[in-house]
Design a protein around this ligand. Structure first.
Ligand code: ATP
Ligand code: MG
Length: 410
């Protein structure tokens, strides 16, 4: 709704500003993709693919999906357009709607909006830290507090043996676990660790920790990431049971969580996905990224109510009489081309009503233009804050009117 959009604009403006400071470029990707793209990247046994994706057959019988997230589309575009030729590291972001068939509730919608950020071509720990620091800074600058939780999910060398150990552990307590976890223990055992059921979580307190099973390379990488976060003074905590829902993550995974939104506390999340580009038919380049939900940010900001309200008009043109109305109409056009936010009434309302309208639209000034004023070549300019009124002489040259008025009010 119009009175909510102001918040969105603040968030998006701030996000773009910060992303550009960190050397990111915007990319726009389509909403529709082949279903297969998401099945292959996100993974068959994830919530998104199993039960949340909007898919349909198009007129040719091809299965298409409304994108549930941004990373897969960005990588598809990166490969198809050979972006890796432009430079070995690409920093890209996209902002737009995502679609998931979830149970709608506060902070959980079927069409929601994400800012999605990706760095393709760097596996350096500093890159991970920089990306997390950027997400952190965005929250800081819009005035929100969140906890950064990080974990390492290992790589193809160390995750399989951890997975096997975890599977062993789950097997021993299978009858105490919820149905979802019983199913996941086969399809996607890591996912059991972030089960929302307290009962299951009780079982997992003694589960093996991925962090203790990292190979040397992953372990060093994780240490470097943490050290660099310390260096920048970005606060974080390590959460070994945070595994993220998507199959494609490797090594660093992170979430930004607030306690101020109840159950829907995740504001943003992301991680490294080193094998993904190659898996989709591109070059073997590593990647890391995150996504932030705009609705959740807006809800938080709304609760805080700390944002300045959007600016009103610079000027409202009050006209009286036919000749003044026409002149005013022309003047309004000229003022607008000079960058002035200006409105007037087209409905022939009384002067009193036009002034009311000026107030309602938070006009900083009102310019009163009547047929008499036109004849006398003088208009009244009213400062709507102080109530003071001054008379402005009109230049003989109509072209200079707008410029003269603009200097008066700006
Ligand atoms: P959750 O655990 O809340 O379902 P998720 O792990 O599915 O989150 P991601 O896929 O990581 O979420 O998406 C990143 C961010 O996008 C989330 O942190 C959240 O802010 C936002 N988001 C995800 N799903 C929704 C939704 N249905 N409605 C509104 N925002 C959403
Ligand atoms: Mg979800």
């Amino acid at each position: 709704m119009p009175d909510e959009v102001g918040l969105w604009q603040v968030i998006e403006r701030k996000a773009r500003d910060i992303f550009h400071r960190y050397g990111f470029e915007e990319i726009k990707v389509p909403i529709l993709e082949k279903t297969e793209l998401f099945v292959r990247t996100i993974g068959e046994s994830t919530d998104i693919v199993e039960k949340e994706m909007y898919t349909f057959k198009d007129r040719n019988g091809a299965s298409l999906a409304m994108r549930p997230e941004g990373t897969a589309s960005v990588i598809r575009a990166y490969i198809e357009n050979g972006l890796y030729v432009r430079g070995s590291v690409q920093r890209l972001y996209t902002i737009g709607p995502m679609f998931r068939h979830e149970r709608p509730q506060k902070g959980r919608l079927r069409q929601f909006h994400q800012m999605s950020v990706e760095v393709l071509g760097s596996d350096r720990a500093m890159t991970d830290t920089e990306v997390m620091a950027m997400a952190w800074q965005l929250l800081q600058e819009i005035g929100l507090e969140a906890n950064l939780e990080i974990n390492s999910l290992g790589c193809a060398a160390c995750r399989p043996s951890f997975k096997a150990k975890l599977q062993e552990f789950i097997k021993e307590r299978l009858e105490h676990l919820c149905e979802d976890c019983q199913r996941r223990s086969v399809t996607n055992p890591l996912r059991v660790l972030d089960c929302k059921s307290d009962h299951c979580q009780e079982q997992y307190t003694s589960a093996p920790s991925i962090i203790e099973h990292l190979c040397g390379v992953c372990s060093t990488h994780f240490d470097e990431v943490k050290e660099a976060l310390d260096l920048l003074g970005v606060p974080y905590s390590v959460n070994p049971s945070m595994v993220r829902g998507l199959d494609y993550y490797t090594r660093t995974a992170f979430e930004l969580i607030t306690t101020e939104l109840g159950a829907q506390g995740a504001i943003g999340a992301g991680g490294r996905y080193d094998g993904l580009v190659k898996q989709l038919g591109g070059p073997d380049v590593p990647g890391i990224g995150f996504a932030m939900g705009i609705e959740r940010l807006a809800m938080l900001l709304n609760q805080k109510n700390e944002l300045e309200s959007p600016p009103g008009l610079d000027l409202f043109l009050v006209t009286l009489g036919g000749a003044a109305y026409k002149k005013g109409f022309h003047l309004m056009q000229m003022l607008r081309s000079l960058g002035v936010r200006v409105m007037m009434d087209h409905e022939g309302r009384s002067m009193k009503n036009q002034m009311k309208q000026a107030n309602k639209q938070k006009a900083r000034f009102a310019l009163i233009l009547g047929d008499n004023e036109l004849k006398n070549r003088e208009v009244a300019l009213k400062d709507m804050l102080s109530g003071e009124q001054e008379f402005v002489e009109l230049a003989t040259d109509f072209q200079n009117w707008a410029a003269a008025i603009k200097t008066k009010i700006k």
